[in-house]
Design a protein around this ligand. Structure first.
Ligand code: C5P
Length: 399
């Protein structure tokens, strides 16, 4: 996520300061170089040595350090950073930054940097809700800073409420959005993901092994580029991505309703969901008891959501429609047929027989086919990378 990027991680003195260690590691794991700056308060909760070892760099703490400051280190640091993340950001640091004070290393760097800054407030709920803190946050937003809303839950002080520092993956995603060019700003995307459950009785259903990973990756990557994303997902164990409106559904009929309800005004619709083609004609109201040796379940066809979107494409506005084709044989022929029959801009075909591709895994090897018949074969890529390639195509059609 952060290859070649320099992140300046500002740590201020709240109990959540200990979480900065895991956060620094997470940034480094994703390819970033991390320079840590700590306030005096932060050093009472976690030692600079811990963060120095994890970040593999001396931690800046003293604005008047003769060694570090002989080269005016704080200005160099402010210049070198691609992004500044303040996590946790205490009420004190927020107030100082909002007022433009520069009385320690961190607040001085905040004034000197031109890089985007992400504040991650974490504190007691009452401190967070105090009008003075609210005003600091409002001022910071007006000054062009980004603020990540704290999570709600059990706080270290024993109280319940908003004020928890979000987990590292949430902070990393917010940071990544700030570093990604907003090429889809103002665009609206609808993505479907996951399998459907077609009930036989209250405790059994027909489904498939789709995990939702491809659709969730597309939703996340589109949001990183600034799109407003709605994700309609069948049953999936994946957590709803932050900042994306996620609608959870179970059956193909539920999915049809949710997709058609949101389809209007979308700039692009990408159907990655593995929608069940058939459902049991009757779902028993009570658990089916075993009796005879064999059993026959009549099935009826589910609506083809993508085909109906393709039939009623809006006139006068460009709406990009993308489908997926997962096949075990005749991949290209079958995908081409779907592309035409469903009236799509392009289709992404993957061979379910290939290892490292398709259901459940984090990688995918796909072919992208367009209505001219042209086929682009992508190498084995992560699902995030496949998503990025698909979005590049959608962007070029939209523009
Ligand atoms: O025809 P097939 O199911 O293989 O087509 C796959 C594509 O159509 C996928 O994009 C899938 O999300 C979509 N689809 C759908 N409604 C169905 C079945 C598939 O929208 N009932």
């Amino acid at each position: 996520m952060f290859n070649g990027k320099s992140i300046l991680l500002g740590v201020s003195g709240g109990i959540a300061a200990y979480k900065a260690a895991e956060l620094a590691r997470s940034f480094i794991r994703e390819g970033a170089g991390v320079q840590v700056v700590m306030t005096a308060g932060a050093q009472r909760f976690i030692t600079p040595l811990t963060l120095q070892v994890l970040s593999e760099q001396p931690v800046a703490t003293d604005l008047f350090d003769p060694g570090l400051e002989s080269q005016i280190g704080h200005i160099q640091m402010a210049r070198a950073a691609h992004l500044v993340v303040v996590a946790p950001a205490t009420a004190n640091v927020l107030a100082k930054a909002a007022a433009g004070l520069a009385d320690d290393y961190l607040t001085t760097v905040l004034l000197a940097t031109t890089a985007p800054v992400l504040f991650c407030p974490a504190m007691n709920t009452r401190m967070l809700e105090h009008p003075a803190t609210r005003r600091s946050l409002e001022t910071l937003r007006q000054l062009g800073y980004s603020v990540l809303e704290p999570d709600a839950g059990q706080l270290a002080c024993g109280e319940e409420g908003a004020g928890r520092l979000p987990d590292p993956p949430v902070i990393l995603e917010a940071a990544c959005r700030l570093l990604t060019p907003p090429s889809l700003q103002g665009r609206r995307f609808l993505v479907s993901a996951g399998p459907t459950w077609e009930p036989l009785d209250p405790v059994r259903f027909i489904t498939n092994p789709s995990s939702g990973k491809m659709g969730f990756a597309l939703a996340r990557m589109a949001a990183r580029r600034g799109a407003e994303v709605t994700l309609v997902s069948g049953p999936s164990s994946l957590a709803s991505p932050t900042g994306i409106s996620t609608v959870r559904v179970r059956t193909a009929l539920d999915m049809e309703q949710a997709v058609l309800e949101h389809a209007r005004n979308m700039d692009a619709i990408i159907m990655t969901a593995a929608v069940g083609d058939y459902r049991p004609a009757h779902a028993a109201s009570q658990k089916i008891k075993k009796s005879s040796d064999t059993m026959t379940i009549p099935l009826i066809r589910n609506p083809d959501i993508l085909a109906s979107l393709g039939k009623s494409r809006p006139h006068g506005v460009r709406q990009v429609l993308v489908g997926f084709a997962a096949e075990t044989e005749h991949l290209i022929e079958n995908a081409r047929e779907k592309l035409i029959q469903k009236n799509l801009d392009f289709i992404v075909a993957n061979n379910l027989g290939e290892s490292g591709s398709g259901f459940g895994v984090d990688t995918n090897r796909v072919k992208i086919i367009d209505p001219t018949g042209a086929i682009e074969e992508l190498p084995m890529l992560t699902k995030d990378e496949v998503a990025a390639r698909i979005l590049d195509r959608v962007e070029s059609i939209l523009s």
